[in-house]
Design a protein around this ligand. Structure first.
Ligand SMILES: *[C@@H]1O[C@H](CO)[C@@H](O)[C@H](O)[C@H]1NC(C)=O
Length: 365
């Protein structure tokens, strides 16, 4: 009997080892373990609430497919980067939508912001950093230090000197492959600076795990860049004695950050796009589980499952959390990629819906 038990255990061990080896061999990704510090407790400003689901109004309903990001101009028009390749213009007071500029068939603008002369600065993940006006689309940059961008993601423009700060989420994974990129998670994202006078792009921070949203502080003395796969954001100093240095701005976020925007008070609004259930930290820690996801074709489903809710976070210039607004079940909106505040109006972009979410902030306090 003892011998039989031994043979059985041995066979089992051999089968497990063979399975493990097969998965590793078949897997297109060969990731490293990532150990995230545990998320902050869900108390104080992080206490769960459903302020987004109960107060949400839809703008441009049905006309704004997968609006990942938006920006307001001086007249209050909203320019929205849509999943059908269009930049659309929304007038929020009359709730009317019109086409503004078409990037092309199969294209997908992500980050969008205003340039100094009222032009739109648009991140096209497949092409690079664009200057978009009503009648012209110009490529400003598609590589830095000899490395091409694969997933140009978000931008912020200095009103003082016209420099454009932006991110390339990954130099390996394109937007079409970004689910696999999010399972692999290699440190190949960059924070970049485009100098319009010299027409040259330089790297400010490299080695980021999915570099995402970028925002400038009110005095333009620092930048914040979100590092999605590390559930944190960095501060990069542009002025002062720490100029050129970076440090953690906020970390241990309870979900993964996407875009970051500044409001009129100088506070930052971070869209926390994907939840961080306890098992996500295990997925990150064990490369084999991530490889298994890829081999079994479960990656997209698994990531979408973690994104079926909405959460946005307001933080001070010091990186101190002020409040969160959420839709924990994704009843009204989910996969929120952008939280953009103009005075009392909070506008939400999302990769899951065909409208902009709108919430009056004074109705939520
Ligand atoms: C974008 O194009 C417009 C129109 O040609 C031009 O005035 C503006 O300076 C350009 N912006 C940048 C950042 O190159």
């Amino acid at each position: 009997m003892a011998a039989f038990g031994f043979v059985l255990s041995l066979a089992l061990a051999i089968a497990i080892a063979a399975f493990y080896k097969a998965v590793v061999r078949l897997s297109p990704i060969h990731p490293s373990p990532i150990i995230l510090p545990p998320p902050v407790p869900l108390t104080g400003p992080f206490t769960p609430n459903s302020l987004l689901s109960s107060n949400l109004r839809r703008l441009g309903n049905g006309l704004l497919p997968f609006p990942e990001d938006l920006v307001a101009d001086a007249h209050g028009s909203l320019f929205v980067a849509c999943g059908d390749g269009w930049i659309k213009r929304l007038d929020p007071s009359s709730d009317t939508v019109e086409n503004f500029a078409f990037l092309g068939e199969g294209r997908r603008p992500l980050g969008i912001t205003l340039g100094r002369e009222g032009e739109l600065i648009v991140c096209d993940p497949d092409v690079g950093l664009l200057n978009v006006t009503k009648d012209k689309i110009e490529l400003l940059s598609d590589e830095a230090d000899g490395v091409k961008f694969r997933l140009t993601d978000a931008a912020a423009v200095s009103m003082q000197d016209g420099s454009i700060y932006f991110s390339d989420a990954s130099s390996r994974y394109s937007f079409a492959n970004h689910y696999t990129g999010m399972m692999d998670i290699s440190p190949d994202g960059r924070l970049l600076k485009y100098d319009g006078v010299r027409r040259k792009t330089t790297t400010l921070i490299d080695g980021l795990y999915f570099a995402n949203g970028v925002a400038l502080s009110r005095d333009e003395d620092f930048l914040v860049v979100c590092e999605t796969a590390q559930a944190r954001c960095h501060r990069y100093w542009l002025k002062g004695e720490k100029q050129g240095q970076s440090e953690v701005f906020i970390d241990r976020l309870p979900a993964l950050p996407d875009n970051i925007k500044i409001d009129g008070k100088g506070h930052f609004w971070i869209a926390l796009v994907s939840a961080r259930p306890f098992y996500m930290d295990w997925i990150l820690r064990f490369p084999f589980i991530r490889q298994l996801h890829e081999v079994l074709g479960l990656t997209e489903m698994s990531i979408k499952m973690m994104s079926k809710r909405a959460l946005v976070l307001e933080v001070t210039e010091e990186g101190k959390p002020v409040r969160t607004l959420g839709d924990p079940m994704g009843a009204s909106i989910s996969l929120v990629t952008t939280a953009y505040v103009v005075d009392d109006d909070l506008y939400l972009g999302s990769l899951n819906v065909d409208f902009l979410g709108h919430v009056k902030l004074n109705a939520t306090t």
